[in-house]
Design a protein around this ligand. Structure first.
Ligand SMILES: [Zn+2]
Ligand SMILES: [Zn+2]
Length: 932
């Protein structure tokens, strides 16, 4: 061991310099976000950026490379996040040192250089080093004697330290097929004092054993085969070397410490935490887990953000969010209440920025992102944690009493779990990631139903329709928008109620762009083609509710240079917040610009017509079908309306006609709509129709339609927040297009109004005119003419059937002239195309008229191509052992069918027409066999 401990930075540089001296090209680390590899969440090994070279799909200007690769692992059985911080060796972010040969040097050089670096340059004791080599336990792949031999030749290497292991430890494969080969691992015996299992009786320290005495330092992979399939391997024309050395581990060895967190890769970060808490050394030792979590996670978050990952709700962004929040919570446990992670991240940038300049370049972004995420989390953390802790305490209590009861009954009970629903609610409402909930539950000695959590998350995703729009969960949105809302309220740009919403009277509104939100992040400006959410102080765009779809339209700047956003949807992401979801069509919108938002008027009018018509339909259904026909669902779109209602059976055409006529009578009556706001109870007392399961506030909007202005009782009276026409006459025309069933006891009517109805009428007229022209008659005479034509057609069909029968008998008569003899008996087999069973029987009569003694089996194919068979045996032959029923059965069975009948006449059917000919040929041998 060297006396003076080398720094981590020096060790990394030593490694690279050593291989550069051996003719390697230094290749900078690739991003943590793998380029072009959709299968991988994060870069997790040094070879990721060279994968294409091994697969032969890419070439590099060098054939020897060395690097230190940034890696990230957060899942998988060896890197459960749960473990990170609780021991000395697990990390989320880590560095991997490696050297590569692409079809250049091979085992001899790789092993010699590894030996030289470890023992000469770094001075590790030769006697403590072991090397494992591959020996196939299945005996299919040759033992790697080449590597073993190379090891035995290293100066000072103990030849007994070559150990052989099988496929699990010493054979590397990229996938089920593709490049693969044996590996050789270098292990270091750190001495008995490093064994963590000395107290366990029967424990033996060994390489690849279960204690911490032998450390795997370096894995040398020799890619020499291509796997075609299991078990076939073919040798590769170009052989490669791929090595990987865990950086944190080699540093802990060379700095002679028993924990990665005691290396100078982490000590400055942990010192910083101690400085912030003011902990004594003893307190720091007692809070080892929070210190390690903060050290690991702040380092990982710093590197992630430098590579363009931002805290968010899905994929990599979620990982970034989750580690920041997990670190923040552990900080809270040791008394760090203010945002503090940026201060630790600052140390990461200082310590690692020399080798990874992207950290320095992105310093501001890194620090800001981390602090913002911490603040966002803090706002909900306290209420979320309080809620979680009460829930857990209650669970624990219930479990303890259950345990006591069970103990009396001498049974065992499984550990109580926090349900997936509860964990999800904590995430959706308070932004508590599952990983944090699990951490806290663990402190209560409880488990979390993780499968249940995933299930609940999936359900929510489906229910909210997220994934199609912005792919974001309610949880994140709520926070971003709540934050925006309070900022804008502080600035006096939004009132206490938030965005002013009036979709009833103002369809064009001018205002300042208060915020733009892209991918759940507030941004200053948006680019051409980008999807963005626009926040204005007020809006007249309707937000989808009560079955009525959202308005669309445009937002256009009034200042130069101009820009335009096409509004495609509306969203209410948080209380008091309403945003226009749109796409930039022209220019570059910026926060602070003044713009005019215009609802697409034509589309809106179509929607209003359909909505008021829906109310008329609802009233008419009750009047025609009865008061049970209440609304069960509704869609009000610009091009159609759809109305589901309770009714036990199909609506008859007569009822449908009456309903449609009734609605149109109300339209022609041109009644004015009376729209009021009043207390909910008053409206219900007056008989307004409220929908079951719908939530109403204490003041409601009512829509009343009456036939006569003085009439007290309106025929339609509903609670409704939708947009409506002024007078029913505005609807124009109402046409039912479809009636059907959606579920037991629920019927559905679809209809069109206004422009949609006019277009439908136009299309029908056009079709009718075309039909009339083709029939050379007037539209009014089309039904009569079509009736005549149908009659002619069926007459023609009858005629064709007769012709076919005649053709069959002509063909049969021709065949009757040359009936072959079998054992002195006339045996006729024939297929008569186009004949039905009656015709076949008729033909057998003709056969019997012509021949006094004989056997006939006649076949044809039915319309659906199934064989039909009729067999006839003359009376005299029935006495000689022939039976028509048995014969026809014998034939039909070969066609997958069956049948039977009298000794003289029988009929059968089959399934397989393709074997008909063959089956008929079996008649003659059958007759021969059975004739006595
Ligand atoms: Zn041991
Ligand atoms: Zn309505």
């Amino acid at each position: 061991m060297p006396i003076e401990k080398p720094s981590g930075a020096k060790i990394r540089q030593d490694f690279i310099d050593f291989f550069v001296d051996k003719g390697h090209t230094f290749v900078p680390s690739s991003s943590l976000v793998p380029g072009g590899d959709q299968t991988l969440l994060f870069t997790n090994a040094g070879m990721v950026q060279f994968k294409d070279v091994f697969l032969g799909t890419d070439k590099r200007p060098y054939n020897r490379a060395t690097n230190s690769q940034k890696c990230m692992r957060v899942a998988g059985k060896h890197n459960d996040l749960d473990e990170v911080g609780r021991d000395d060796t697990h990390h989320t972010f880590f560095e991997m040192l490696g050297n590569w040969s692409f079809g250049d040097y091979y085992k001899k050089e790789a092993i010699a250089w590894a030996w030289e670096l470890l023992t000469d340059v770094w001075g590790l004791p030769k006697e403590d080093i072991y090397a494992t080599c591959f020996k196939d336990e299945l005996g299919e792949i040759p033992t790697d004697e080449e590597a073993a031999q190379a090891w035995r030749q290293q100066p000072g290497f103990n030849p007994n330290h070559v150990l052989f292991f099988g496929r699990k430890d010493n054979f590397w494969e990229m996938a089920d097929v593709g490049p693969c080969g044996p590996s050789s691992e270098i292990h270091l015996d750190r001495g008995l004092q490093y064994c963590n299992m000395q107290d366990v009786t029967g424990h033996v320290c060994q390489v690849n054993g279960d204690c911490t005495r032998y450390l795997e330092l370096w894995n040398l992979v020799f890619i020499q085969y291509n796997r075609l399939n299991e078990p076939r391997l073919e040798p590769l024309p170009a052989r490669h070397v791929d090595t990987g050395m865990g950086f944190e581990r080699i540093v802990s060895v060379l700095q002679d410490v028993d924990s990665n967190y005691k290396t100078d890769l982490f000590t400055p970060l942990l010192d910083k935490v101690q400085e912030l808490t003011g902990d004594s050394d003893q307190a720091r030792q007692e809070h080892l887990t929070p210190y390690r979590v903060i050290g690991d996670h702040s380092r990982a978050a710093t590197f992630l953000i430098a590579d363009g990952v931002v805290p968010g709700n899905t994929g990599r962004n979620y990982v970034c969010r989750m580690i920041i929040r997990r670190a923040a919570r552990f900080g809270g446990k040791i008394g760090l209440k203010e945002p503090f992670l940026a201060k630790v991240a600052q140390c990461v940038i200082e310590d690692y920025g020399e080798f990874y300049p992207e950290l320095k370049r992105n310093r501001e972004t890194i620090l800001n992102s981390i602090t913002r995420e911490e603040e966002r989390f803090q706002r909900t953390l306290e209420s979320g944690l309080a809620k979680l802790e009460t829930t857990l305490a209650r669970l624990k209590e219930a479990a303890t009493s259950a345990q006591q009861q069970v103990e009396q009954a001498a049974e065992s009970v499984s550990r109580p779990r926090l349900s997936g629903e509860q964990a999800f609610e904590l995430y959706a409402t308070y932004g508590l990631p599952l990983e944090i909930t699990r951490d806290v539950a663990r402190e209560y000695d409880l488990e979390v139903d993780e499968a249940g959590f995933q299930h609940a998350m999936e359900e929510h995703r489906l229910a909210s329709g997220a994934g199609q729009a912005f792919g974001s969960l309610g949880g994140e949105d709520v926070e971003v928008y709540r934050e925006l809302l309070s900022e804008l309220q502080d600035q006096g740009k939004l009132g206490s109620e938030g965005v002013y919403y009036d979709p009833y009277t103002q369809l064009e509104v001018e205002g300042e762009v208060l915020a733009l939100v892209r991918d759940g992040q507030s941004v200053h400006s948006a680019q051409l083609g980008e999807r963005v959410e626009v926040l204005l102080p007020e809006t007249g765009f309707y937000v989808a509710s009560g079955g009525q779809v959202a308005d669309t339209g445009s937002i256009v700047s009034i200042s130069e240079p101009g820009w335009e956003i096409e509004v495609v949807d509306m969203r209410k992401p948080a209380a008091g917040m309403i945003v226009h979801v749109g796409e930039v069509r022209r220019g570059e919108p910026q926060v602070g610009d003044t713009a005019i938002a215009r609802v697409d008027l034509q589309r809106r009018r179509d929607i209003m017509r359909n909505h008021t018509a829906t109310h008329l339909l609802h009233a008419e259904l009750q009047s025609v079908l009865g008061s049970h026909a209440r609304q069960a669902g509704s869609l009000v779109a610009p091009d159609r309306l759809r109305f589901d209602f309770n009714h036990p059976k199909a609506v008859t055409p007569e009822e449908l006609r009456r309903i449609e006529a009734g609605v149109n009578r109300h339209i022609l009556g041109n009644y004015a709509l009376k729209i009021n706001f009043k207390p909910l109870q008053e409206a219900i007392d007056e008989g307004a129709m409220a929908l079951f399961g719908e939530k109403y506030s204490t003041t409601v909007r009512t829509i009343a339609i009456a036939e006569d202005r003085t009439q007290v009782e309106p025929f339609s009276y509903e609670l409704c927040g939708g947009t409506h026409v002024n007078e029913t006459g505005d609807i124009g025309l109402f046409l039912i297009t479809n009636e059907g069933s959606t579920a037991a006891g629920i019927r559905r009517i679809e209809a069109v109004t206004g422009r949609g109805a006019y277009e439908l009428v136009q299309r029908r007229f056009q079709a009718l005119d075309q039909a009339a022209a083709a029939l050379t008659t007037t539209p009014e005479n089309v039904p009569g003419k079509v009736g005549d034509l149908l009659e002619e057609l069926s007459e023609a069909h009858r005629h064709i059937a007769n012709l076919r029968r005649e053709m069959a008998s002509v063909e049969f008569i021709r065949q009757l002239d040359s009936v072959p003899m079998v054992a002195g008996v006339q045996v006729l087999t024939a297929t008569l195309s186009g004949a039905n069973a009656d015709t076949l029987r008729e033909m057998t009569d003709r056969f019997r008229q012509r021949y006094e003694s004989g056997v006939a089996v006649l076949a044809s194919l039915s319309d659906d191509n199934r064989p039909i068979l009729v067999a006839a045996v003359t009376e005299d032959l029935t006495k000689r052992g022939l039976h028509a029923g048995k014969l026809v059965k014998h034939v039909a069975e070969q066609l997958g069918g069956g049948g039977g009948g009298r000794p003289t006449l029988a009929q059968a059917g089959g399934k397989d027409a393709s074997r008909l000919e063959q089956a008929l040929e079996s008649v003659k041998p059958w007759v021969q066999d059975h004739l006595e």
